[in-house]
Design a protein around this ligand. Structure first.
Ligand SMILES: Cc1cc2nc3c(=O)[nH]c(=O)nc-3n(C[C@H](O)[C@H](O)[C@H](O)COP(=O)(O)O)c2cc1C
Ligand code: SF4
Length: 408
């Protein structure tokens, strides 16, 4: 497994990552004690003040979600850790859970306590057997220390069965309930009607690890990293034509080009040695050209002008010999295979996009592709169908810009 470079104290690699000593060393015992002495409202207020945003892809403000679950009516509540991680090019949760599993688990205990959940679930990707073992060991340590159990919160691990869609929060809930992992129509959102129709908090692994760190320290400490709008750090999965692929932790606001060039990180472009493009944000991400990478920092505002988002932190580098239409076709096949088939715009749309690309019609019928993409965005039930054409649209935009420049 690629190593996480320790730039900041969010991640710290140890030989016994699930031991009781480790719980203390990392400040996680303090985090549990501090939060246990607080009311639910005070915990939620602290998460809100920290400005943490979800690290699973959508960057939704975490504190707002906790407040919504806390305010929802219902006797029974649940908390869920989303460790499904099946997005192409995303492997940061795996690295985090293999190397530092206590942090995310402590974050889950704090989350459960904040929203009044007596039961929590860790939903883990089926292929992640080592991760599952580390999760089990972390739960055992917390149980021995009295933080997990029937009197506090009980944590159960549920294993997924190899479907990308199972990571979508409502599909994940159906899967935990023993049903097919098909997304539900939203609203109602899981915050009010989640597991067995009870209010449910679902957070990404990395988000929960950040919560543990926040309570091990405080809001001021947390906000010393990142930008005022997006505090903290982000794990980036660097892959593709890069000398040192791996998972790296950088503060928000970090220059994107430095991720590629820094000797402590990417150490430069491999292959031809010349940067062609970066696919930022995973399969549903955006292709960025070298000048756009040079001009951007790891920040939602900075990337918005290129229609890009950080997503789950996948950063796929391509040298200048790669045919991006070939990459697009691979992505289109992924979405066509992974669409759950429940709704027509996605089931048929993902297949049509694949056929368009296989027939080599990208440059000949851009308007038809744009219409199809719009229909999928407007009418698909869930994020998979809504975002499946995003990478394709970024290439169409690039082609359009090139045509306009040649005309001038
Ligand atoms: C197709 C699809 C797959 C997803 N897979 C994951 C995943 O593997 N892990 C994850 O945390 N979020 C995933 N998400 C996002 C979740 O629906 C949800 O927004 C997230 O778990 C919330 O946690 P966060 O606010 O901490 O990011 C996926 C979304 C979609 C549409
Ligand atoms: S958008 Fe695609 S993945 Fe989502 S529910 Fe519809 S068919 Fe299933």
């Amino acid at each position: 497994m690629p190593e996480i470079r320790r730039l900041l104290p969010t991640l710290d690699i140890a030989s016994a990552p699930t031991s009781l000593e480790r719980l203390r060393e990392r400040g996680f015992e303090r985090a549990l004690q501090r939060s246990a002495a607080m009311t639910s409202q005070a915990i939620v207020a602290e998460v809100q003040a920290s400005g943490i945003k979800g690290r699973g892809g959508a960057a939704f403000p975490t504190g707002a979600k906790w407040a919504a679950v806390l305010a929802a009516s219902g006797e029974v509540r649940y908390a869920v850790m989303n460790a499904d991680e099946s997005e192409l090019g995303t492997f940061k949760d795996r690295a985090l859970l293999e190397q530092d599993p206590l942090g995310a688990m402590v974050g889950l205990v704090i989350a459960a306590r904040a929203v009044g959940a007596k039961r929590a679930y860790c939903y883990v990707r089926g292929e992640y057997r080592e991760v599952e073992a580390q999760m089990g060991a972390a739960i055992q340590t917390l149980r021995q220390a009295g933080w997990v159990g029937a009197d506090t919160v009980d944590i159960e691990i549920r294993r997924g069965a190899g479907a990308y869609i199972a990571g979508e929060e409502t599909a994940l809930l159906n899967s935990i309930e023993g049903k097919r992992a098909e997304p539900r129509v939203k609203p109602p959102f899981p915050t009010t009607q989640g597991l067995w129709r009870s209010p449910t908090l679902i957070q990404n692994v990395e988000t929960l690890a950040n919560v543990a760190l926040l309570f091990a320290h405080d809001v001021d400490w947390f906000r010393t990293y990142g930008t005022p709008d997006t505090p903290g750090t982000k794990l980036i999965g660097l892959s593709g034509h890069i000398e040192h692929p791996g998972v790296y932790e950088v503060p928000f606001g970090y220059p994107l080009m430095q991720l590629i060039t820094e000797t402590e990180m990417g150490h430069g472009v491999s292959g031809s040695g010349h940067l062609g493009a970066v696919l930022l944000g995973g399969a549903a991400g955006t292709f960025l050209a070298p000048d756009e990478i040079r001009d951007s920092v790891l920040d939602y505002g900075s990337l918005a002008k290129y229609g890009a988002s950080i997503g789950s932190g996948a950063f796929m580098v391509f040298d200048d010999t790669v045919d991006l239409t070939w990459v697009l076709t691979k992505l289109a096949r992924f979405f066509a295979d992974e669409s759950c088939g429940q709704c027509v715009p996605c089931r048929v749309g993902t297949r049509r996009i694949l056929e368009f690309l296989q027939r080599g019609e990208l440059e000949r019928r851009p308007e038809d592709l744009r219409d199809l993409a719009q229909a999928m965005k407007d009418a698909s039930i869930c994020g998979l169908g809504q975002t499946a054409p995003v990478a394709l649209l970024s290439i169409l935009d690039r082609l359009e810009r090139r045509t306009n420049e040649t005309r001038r």
